[in-house]
Design a protein around this ligand. Structure first.
Ligand SMILES: [Zn+2]
Length: 502
């Protein structure tokens, strides 16, 4: 095993200058709770040179990390989440960053104005400021009023130190970060590159991201690498992504995939696909002239542990214990004792060490496809008119929260327009293929004419990037907004448009 940068042999105890020290490289950054670690691709010395750019990349996601803080799986090392996040409070919901807004900061769960302010209504003054500044600000205000011939004592004063409910909150994602685009691309391409290396792809094959120097050392350079956003290209992906926060069990998750694609003229591409927080979804072309063996590998992890993931087995009966042993794939041959209490103790210990990020992504995809299928089938039955309209409504209200249901109904209507029953049937059948982990993000399936046809998803996305920037923007904005709601006001996702609860 050699370090992909310095090309020296990786060793736990380097003996001379031809060897370098092993290091656990986080392929998905530790700062965003990445848990995929490789000890075979990069040495300690070369890894440490990345620390600044790694930090710049993670900083992009500060607002999400801070909001999800206590729900997240712990980081492997380093301090916890960022302390202060900057943002703006808008008067209305808007896409226009320049619309009237008030700069705010978010600290320990409280939103405060950066500059204190006040409002006068009748004989009441409401003062908005950070807790430690409010007293001083009221003194300043009293003097100011006195100079204008007014007396603050004639008013009742209300102090407000948390202003999250005074408008619509937006955190700065790219605003004020000059190197945002470069930092973002650098981080995403690095994840894809290192995952490919970890999967055994030779660095010589990563022609679009790694430049090998004449002395055998290499440079990671993504300045000319093609990277473009994923956009749903099949009916299934449109529906799944529209409600992914509800359909995906482990939402929001991190995943990375590497796969080769052979084109009809014989040349082959090596693609990376990176998906962070189930939201930031990008393809990276790692090579346009891939000559290695066919590859299709994927890694996915949770960010928020499954609540019931760690059972207390102390009082479990043997039958229940054996279910847990299977579920956690515990190797009982390593159990130090033979008695039942020994086994219970051993199983509990294994469960304690069981990594919280464990995520059966194929299973999650299957469940999601079943959920989407159920919603679509019920909506179609409703649309066709059935003898049991109440039952259908009941099923729908149980399978989908109201806000999502409204948009699903709209989408299903548009997507099936002009389709006959055979086509609709084929479409629903194709959902299963779309959620196969090998095809996921590589090959899309759609009904064309009388049959189901497949297409290369990265190619379609690449075309869309060039021809329909507006559609790409709309999709990425919608995804961003889902994650934002999930982090900052999750209740809103389960309400209907009018704000009522089901
Ligand atoms: Zn090295």
């Amino acid at each position: 095993m050699r370090c992909y940068i310095c090309n020296r042999e990786i060793s736990d105890n380097p003996k001379d200058a031809t060897q370098c020290k092993a290091h656990g490289e986080h392929i998905i950054h530790n700062g965003i709770r990445g848990k995929l670690i490789s000890k075979t691709i990069l040495c300690e010395e070369c890894g440490s040179k990345y620390s600044q750019e790694d930090a710049a990349f993670c900083k992009i996601f500060d607002a999400f990390m801070a909001a999800l803080n206590d729900k997240l799986i712990p980081a492997d090392h380093g301090k916890g989440n960022p302390k202060v996040i900057l943002g703006s409070l808008y008067e209305t919901t808007t896409d226009d960053a320049e619309a009237p807004n008030r700069p705010v900061q978010y600290r320990d769960g409280v939103v405060t104005p950066i500059e204190p302010y006040y409002k006068i209504e009748g004989n009441k003054i409401t003062v908005y400021a950070e807790k430690h500044r409010i007293k001083q600000y009221i003194n300043v205000l009293a003097r100011e009023m006195q100079n204008n011939g007014d007396d603050i004592n004639a008013y009742t004063i209300e102090k407000v130190t948390g202003i999250h409910d005074q408008g619509y909150l937006a955190y700065y994602f790219s605003k004020g970060k000059d190197t945002f685009n470069a930092d973002f691309k650098n981080g995403v391409v690095k994840i894809a590159t290192e995952y490919a290396l970890d999967c055994g792809v030779a660095r010589e094959e990563l022609k679009d991201v790694i430049h090998i120097n004449s002395d055998g050392t290499a440079t990671f350079d993504c300045s000319k690498t093609a990277m473009f956003p994923f956009v749903p290209t099949s009916v299934y992906d449109i529906l799944f992504e529209n409600g992914r926060y509800y359909f995906e069990d482990g939402y929001p998750s991190h995943s990375v995939k590497v796969f080769s694609t052979e084109y009809s003229d014989g040349h082959r591409f090596l693609y990376g696909y990176v998906d962070l927080f189930s939201t930031f979804q990008y393809y990276v072309i790692l090579s346009k002239d891939y000559r290695g063996p066919e590859i299709n590998k994927m890694y996915a992890q949770r960010l928020i542990p499954k609540i019931d993931e760690k059972p207390d087995v102390t009082y479990y009966r043997p039958k229940e214990l054996s279910i847990v042993i299977q579920e956690y794939k515990i190797d009982m041959s390593q159990c130090p004792g033979n008695s039942y209490p020994d086994q219970v103790k051993y199983v509990q210990d294994c469960i304690r060490k069981y990594p919280l990020q464990t995520y059966n992504f194929q299973q999650a995809l299957h469940c999601a496809s079943e959920r989407v299928q159920q919603v679509v089938t019920s909506l179609l039955l409703k649309h066709l008119g059935t003898e049991y309209p109440e039952q259908i409504e009941k099923i729908l209200s149980q399978t989908c929260p109201p806000r999502l249901l409204a948009s699903m109904e709209d989408l299903v209507g548009k997507l099936t327009e002009g389709m006959d029953m055979t086509q609709v049937y084929l479409m629903i059948q194709s959902f299963e293929q779309c959620s196969d982990i090998r095809c996921y993000r590589a090959i899309g399936f759609d009904v064309l004419g009388g049959g189901v046809e497949s297409h290369s998803q990265p190619d379609e996305c690449n075309k869309l990037r060039n021809h329909s920037i507006k559609a790409v923007k709309e999709y990425t904005n919608a995804k961003f907004s889902h994650l934002n709601c999930f982090c900052h006001e999750p209740e809103s996702l389960w309400e209907d448009e009018a704000g009522g609860r089901p």
